[in-house]
Design a protein around this ligand. Structure first.
Ligand SMILES: Nc1nc2c(ncn2[C@@H]2O[C@H](COP(=O)(O)OP(=O)(O)OP(=O)(O)O)[C@@H](O)[C@H]2O)c(=O)[nH]1
Ligand SMILES: [Mg+2]
Length: 361
């Protein structure tokens, strides 16, 4: 009788185990189904690439038909990390990965690499298409450089999987212009870029998210490209190759920068020497100027003193002359007075004699 509870317990344990195994199998089956679905020709894996603010997140939202990615007008980059979202379009299972602006100033080389790897892992076993987003409008040389870098960033093979996605199609409508006319305006840049991408491009008006025909047209273009590529997609090996190329390029740039810095340092040192020399020359000149000025001052002073002395001597001489003249005049006057006195005395004496003579008589 004691064997019965043991038996019941064993049976219960077995059922539990079977149930657990069953759950595990269901989970595995679901995963296989998901993987198969992802691998079926109806599954598309899309990456959005482009310069900050060109409309990647908005384009992602247009494809998804909902606002899944943060998109806004912002002078700084809005999307900081890769993000994956999924949807169904025309019977296709579509996975979209939005990325931050790669290869512009907002991210370091390490961050670019990290984000590229993360983006690839989001889209394992590899994306079917890179949408190289370009905002219709004026393209600065830096923007063109960024587009080139992004194109190169995923390696040479990536071009086979790239479609250029022009955003801001509404500006063309406003200007009554076709995309072909816009491309024609910067033929040199666009012709090379578009032909590198197998002539594939598409225009989005992200302001008209409700216009699903633009999304369906894009999906058709992607589908054709995938078929032309024999259903293949961009693989991690290709990314690894691209990473190695980027690493090489980064090292080259770093080396060049270091050499440039050394050149600048050397120039600074040279300039320093030249500045010191010039300072020394100015100092010497100033010293010479000072000496010359002091000499001039001394000479002027001596001359002044000399002239003063001469002037004094002249004055004394003139004074002496004047004194002499006056003395002479006085002497003359005195002599005259004396003479006059003597004359009068003589006359007086004569007159007195005459009187006495007369009296005696
Ligand atoms: N009129 C118009 N505005 C657009 C279009 N596409 C994007 N925008 C606007 O452009 C601004 C930037 O768009 P985002 O989608 O955030 O750009 P992004 O490339 O994701 O920017 P980051 O995440 O910073 O790299 C937003 O204000 C969008 O509404 C378009 O086709 N037409
Ligand atoms: Mg964004």
């Amino acid at each position: 009788r004691r064997q019965i509870p043991d038996l019941i317990q064993r049976v219960e344990m077995q059922i539990k185990k079977n149930l657990q195994q069953g759950q595990h199998i269901t989970k595995l089956e679901a995963e296989i189904k998901k993987f198969k679905q992802a691998e079926s020709s109806k599954s598309l894996r899309i990456v959005l690439l482009g310069k900050t603010g060109c409309g990647k997140s908005s384009s992602g939202n247009t494809i998804l038909g909902r606002k899944a990615f943060k998109a806004e007008s912002n002078p700084k980059s809005v999307t900081k990390r890769c993000q994956k979202e999924e949807c169904e379009v025309d019977g296709h299972h579509v996975a979209v990965v939005d990325t931050p602006g790669l290869f512009d100033d907002s991210l370091t080389h390490e961050e670019v690499n990290d984000e590229m790897v993360k983006c690839m892992s989001h889209l394992a076993p590899g994306p079917h298409v890179f949408l190289l987003v370009i905002r219709i409008g004026r393209l600065t040389p830096e923007e063109k450089e960024t587009v080139k870098l992004i194109k190169q960033g995923f390696g040479k093979g990536a071009e086979k999987f790239t479609i250029i996605l022009f955003t801001y199609g509404d500006t063309l409508e406003n200007d009554d212009q076709t995309i072909e006319e816009y491309i024609e305006k910067d033929k040199d840049f666009f012709e090379k870029l578009i032909s590198d991408c197998g002539g594939r491009y598409h225009v989005f008006i992200n302001r008209k998210k409700q216009d699903r025909s633009q999304v369906r047209d894009l999906i058709r273009k992607i589908d054709t490209m995938v078929k032309n590529n024999g259903g293949s997609f961009y693989t991690n090996e290709m990314l690894q190759e691209a990473e190695a190329a980027i690493k090489k390029e980064t090292e080259k740039i770093l080396k060049e920068k270091e050499e440039e810095m050394e050149r600048m340092r050397e120039e600074l040192r040279r300039n320093d020497k030249e500045v010191n020399k010039e300072l020394e020359r100015i100092r010497n000149e100033k010293e010479k100027d000072k000496e010359a000025w002091e000499k001039e001052r001394r000479e002027w002073w001596e001359k002044q003193k000399e002239e003063e002395e001469k002037r004094k001597q002249e004055e004394q001489r003139k004074l002496r002359e004047l004194e002499e003249q006056q003395r002479k005049i006085l002497e003359e006057k005195l002599e005259n007075v004396q003479k006059e006195y003597e004359e009068k005395a003589r006359e007086e004496a004569v007159r007195s004699n005459e009187f006495q003579e007369k009296y005696k008589k």
